[in-house]
Design a protein around this ligand. Structure first.
Ligand SMILES: Cc1cc2nc3c(=O)[nH]c(=O)nc-3n(C[C@H](O)[C@H](O)[C@H](O)COP(=O)(O)OP(=O)(O)OC[C@H]3O[C@@H](n4cnc5c(N)ncnc54)[C@H](O)[C@@H]3O)c2cc1C
Length: 400
């Protein structure tokens, strides 16, 4: 199905569900959504009994940016291994699919152990995204003198365009490779999760726990996030149930949503601008150095002074190391003007909303045509359709 057709149909389905929900709840009459105008007055609370929520001012004139990047997916999972390159050792740490932020500390820990085995005290890290920054910080804290080399730095790296949620097994490997990756994945996940708890409550709130609501017009099954033209991915969620609170089903009437099935989830959120700023500041404050440069082939690395290097180039590893196992999985997000009073996420059939401090992130999910698609040209019309759908949801919600 074409993306726009899919969105239109999804929007129509949602509108029907909204109408049914409205009839059941008998709320006050609502205004229709203007093409680009926010119709829910600021200051309104959307509520019913237990749940009170500030409305999202969803309108296309409040979109502050549309961002596209490619998830660096590998069927076998991230490549974390050491390779000899001439007289140097390169420790690869790339290919984290849709889980790079979530797994970064655990993945960096595994990479660091391989670095330590080389016996050096000076380390070069190639790449300044989620993986490069966290690996560099871990190395510094283990006593290394670290220099980052990167073509682009935040905010111009792909990592800055992610959604910002705890998603440790999102497009992390395919189902066939899952058994081989499972133990290592769990180790990385648990290390990262523990590290994130130590980053709560910091100035600028780089990391927060938030509540969110999954909305559906049919009972919830187990959510796998399947997309018709993508492979079956590894699903490890059963291995780490203890790390996040259980979702709670909310009965009709106990929430403001028009959908008949609503589930509250609780998850970690990364305020990516603030978090990347924190990581960079920590790295520089500890004496880290950064050199902006691009490498076009592995031999370029032989000229660097450090004998041990970490390759944290993400999707860039495909070109730099000729690794065709890195598959680009395109993803697009839009951000709306920040609303500090909005502190909840949303997950609908085809939209995800993340209430980040650097803007309310709206992402189309479940759409086709992204797997093995390296095109990073923004398609603004897709994001506008998603924002309109969100606006419809807001106008269909009960006022408190
Ligand atoms: C739409 C979308 C939403 C996502 N949401 C989430 C989420 O909610 N949670 C989550 O955990 N993950 C999420 N991800 C996945 C996550 O963004 C990636 O896994 C992560 O960004 C990978 O980080 P990285 O550091 O490996 O790569 P990058 O951020 O791409 O960094 C690579 C670095 O290497 C440098 N580099 C590359 N090639 C070269 C070269 N030849 N020479 C010199 N330097 C080079 C780049 O300049 C950059 O500094 C999402 C991804 C997408 C697309």
């Amino acid at each position: 199905m074409q993306r726009r057709q899919f969105l239109r149909q999804a929007g129509a389905t949602l509108a029907v569900a909204s109408t049914a929900g409205l009839a059941a709840c008998a709320p006050p009459p609502r205004a229709s959504t203007a093409a680009s105008g926010s119709v829910v007055a600021p200051g309104t609370r959307l509520g019913a009994e237990g749940v009170e929520l500030a409305p999202i001012r969803a309108s296309i004139d409040r979109i502050t940016g549309v961002y596209v990047c490619t998830r660096p997916f590998r069927a076998a999972g991230p490549r974390i291994e050491a390779q000899k390159l001439g007289h140097k050792t390169v420790v690869h740490n790339y290919g984290h699919g849709g889980s790079g932020w979530s797994l970064s500390w655990g993945s960096g820990t595994l990479a660091l152990q391989m670095v330590q085995a080389t016996g050096v005290r000076e380390l070069g890290v190639i790449g300044c995204g989620a993986i490069g920054l966290t690996t560099a910080l871990l190395a510094q804290r283990a006593g290394f003198s670290v220099r980052i080399y990167a073509k682009d730095l935040p905010p111009d790296v792909f990592s800055m365009r992610a959604s910002g949620l705890w998603t440790p097994d999102s497009r992390i490997c395919d189902a066939a490779h899952a058994p081989a990756l499972a133990d290592r994945w769990e180790r990385m996940t648990r290390i990262s999760h523990a590290r994130y708890q130590s980053l709560l409550g910091l100035p600028g709130k780089p990391i927060e726990w938030i509540d969110g609501y999954s909305l559906a017009d049919a009972p919830f099954g187990k959510f796998h996030g399947e997309v018709p033209d993508e492979p079956e991915f590894g699903d490890f969620s059963d291995r780490v149930h203890d790390l996040t609170p259980r979702p709670v089903e909310l009965p009709p009437g106990s929430h403001p949503f028009p959908e008949p099935y609503v589930r509250r989830y609780t998850t970690l959120m990364f305020n990516i601008s603030s978090y990347a700023n924190y990581l960079l500041s920590e790295f520089l404050a500890a004496g880290g150095r950064i050199e902006q440069r691009e490498f076009t082939r592995p031999e370029d690395l032989l000229k660097l002074p450090e004998h041990t290097l970490v390759n944290a180039t993400g999707y860039g590893a495909r070109a730099l190391f000729g690794d065709d196992t890195v598959i680009p999985v395109r993803g697009q997000t839009a951000r709306l003007v920040p609303q500090p009073e909005v502190n909840y996420g949303l997950r609908m059939r085809d939209i995800s909303v993340v209430p980040r401090s650097d803007g309310i992130m709206v992402q189309v999910i479940g759409d086709t045509g992204n797997f093995n698609n390296p095109d990073i040209t923004p398609r603004r019309e897709d994001s506008e359709a998603a924002v309109r759908e969100l606006a419809d949801l807001m106008t269909g919600m009960r006022r408190g």
